[in-house]
Design a protein around this ligand. Sequence first.
Ligand SMILES: Cc1cc2nc3c(=O)[nH]c(=O)nc-3n(C[C@H](O)[C@H](O)[C@H](O)COP(=O)(O)O)c2cc1C
Length: 171
Amino acid sequence: MGRMTAVLVAYAGRHGGTRQIAEVIAAELGAAGLTVDVRDAADVAGVEHYGAVVVGSALYYHRWRPEAVRLLERNARALAERPVWLFHSGPCGPGAATHQVSLPAKVALLAARIDAERTVTFGGRLDPATVHGLIPKLLASGRRAGDFRDWDRIKAWARDVGRRVRTRVAL
Ligand SMILES: Cc1cc2nc3c(=O)[nH]c(=O)nc-3n(C[C@H](O)[C@H](O)[C@H](O)COP(=O)(O)O)c2cc1C
């Protein structure tokens, strides 16, 4: 397996829900025969070693986490030379499974610069026990409380990415 088949899956979140999505994506890509690194976006020094990159962020107040935005900003040129897939995770409650959220404006500009693939939205997880502060507790209450991550959908998306990586990246 050549160097260019290595894929980076970088994530940013606050309560571990997005990290677990990144890990499941990485496992699917690994099962497809790709070499995969899964990293906290804050720990990514560069993307030059990777043939393709997946970047995912949790949504907080309609924004991406700053670590994920910084990764896109700092590596925009190198990312533009590679296939890049973006995902975000957030919607909770009724309709979470199908709700597609558009990219925050700043991230949309970066995505255009990078020529990223179309972004996918995955449902999120809201646990009233782990969020801190009055507004977060309110947000995490009632019908929005729970785990709305659809693992089958996430895995199917990852398998599709894997297929595309294999056809687009020079082996
Ligand atoms: C304070 C707060 C604000 C949030 N804002 C949004 C939002 O604007 N859009 C959205 O879709 N989800 C929003 N969510 C839901 C989170 O994105 C969801 O809980 C996600 O799974 C968190 O990922 P993490 O565990 O990786 O931090 C918010 C959650 C909290 C606690």
